[in-house]
Ligand binder design. Structure first.
Ligand SMILES: NC(=O)c1ccc[n+]([C@@H]2O[C@H](COP(=O)([O-])OP(=O)(O)OC[C@H]3O[C@@H](n4cnc5c(N)ncnc54)[C@H](OP(=O)(O)O)[C@@H]3O)[C@@H](O)[C@H]2O)c1
Length: 319
């Protein structure tokens, strides 16, 4: 039997999520022709993809719509994300998300649209947290697709991303413990030691996306909560300490202390420090909102083996 290759367009192919999607798709060359969107095809991450047979397409999500339409032309599948952290502006993220949706809706060949999102922080917290802009913007784009682009929504699968284990590799100063002068490794978050957050190894994104595509229409209009393990920062630290045989101390901080730390240590603006802190407080005040029944739970999808923290720390040198 001959299988017709699907043309898949991957936004963010040079980054964490899209990079994982491309890595997985490259394992199935008979199934997928991959077009990677990048703003700079000459950069080394893009060139590495090209060397593996990935087609590169230069496009900027914030650029003109004609270029985006050319990038999506002939696509059977689009893996779509927006990157809040580029502009740190919900308005810019919403504009990009709507441009993606408007353009994808016009692609007559499109069979499956995968939308990388975050949940509505206001709805999930019952109105307690109003400043989590990097969640809210994405959720407004999801709502836009659902209400304004019903034909596109009919073939859309939304994936909610949690905290990446890989944040420890990408942003070690923010996510790895700091050794003090007594040799103790310290971590501080605005969470009680018992507060759990959903986490995943972002390198597993591609496995999920491949299974979702293989399932045909099964996940159309569904929202998948993508996490392998709900674990507290205190337990992550304790497990890391026990693996490396070093003493650790988890120190819960207040919200205002944590915001101050984000500003002084990480150079965040007042608004972004508040945004970042409030997203963490959602789990403190509302529990693991990703586990709610309204979402399909990725860890329950048959055939999907997701890495947990214990496996992650054995695979990477963290301390
Ligand atoms: N880190 C976490 O724990 C976490 C958790 C949940 C959700 N998220 C969300 O994940 C998103 C970022 O995804 P990621 O982690 O995969 O990002 P990443 O590793 O930082 O890579 C960003 C990707 O986005 C592409 N990109 C950015 N702006 C673009 C533009 N204007 N036009 C075209 N492409 C653009 C970049 O492509 P080029 O540079 O090649 O153009 C790059 O491939 C953010 O919106 C964030 O809120 C992160």
């Amino acid at each position: 039997m001959t299988v017709t290759k699907r043309n898949v367009v991957v936004i963010g192919a040079t980054g964490s999520q899209g990079g994982s999607v491309v890595t997985e798709f490259l394992k199935h060359p008979h199934l997928y022709h991959i077009r990677a969107i990048t703003r700079d095809p000459s950069k080394s991450k893009a060139q590495k993809l090209a060397a593996q047979g990935v087609e590169l397409f230069r496009a900027d999500l914030g650029g003109d719509r004609e270029n985006l339409a050319a990038a999506f032309a002939g696509a059977d599948v689009i893996y779509a994300l927006t990157d809040f952290w580029q502009h740190q502006s919900a308005a810019a993220e919403i504009q990009q998300g709507k441009a993606i949706a408007d353009t994808a809706a016009e692609i007559t060949t499109l069979r499956h649209f995968i939308w990388s999102a975050l949940p509505d922080p206001v709805a999930l917290s019952g109105g307690q947290f109003l400043n989590v802009h990097h969640w809210k913007g994405k959720s407004l784009v999801t709502e836009y697709i659902q209400t304004q682009k019903p034909d596109l929504w009919a073939k859309t699968t939304t994936i909610l991303f949690p905290n990446y284990f890989e944040n420890t590799l990408t942003y070690p100063h923010q996510y790895l413990p700091v050794k003090d002068d007594k040799g103790i490794y310290n971590v501080s978050f605005p969470h009680s030691p018992q507060t759990v957050m959903p986490n995943v190894a972002i390198r597993d994104t591609g496995k999920l996306v491949h299974l979702v595509l293989e399932a045909g229409a099964h996940y159309f209009t569904k929202t998948i909560a993508f996490w392998s393990e709900a674990i507290s920062e205190a337990d992550k630290l304790a497990e890391l300490g026990s693996y490396y045989k070093v003493p650790t101390r988890y120190q819960p901080s207040s919200a205002s202390e944590f915001q101050q730390l984000l500003k002084s240590r990480d150079g965040m603006s007042e608004d972004i420090a508040l945004d970042f802190t409030e997203q963490l407080l959602i789990f403190e005040k509302c529990g693991n909102v990703y586990a709610r029944e309204e979402f399909v739970q990725a860890k329950d999808i048959p055939g999907l083996k997701l890495q947990n923290w214990s496996e992650f720390i054995r695979q990477h040198k963290l301390l």
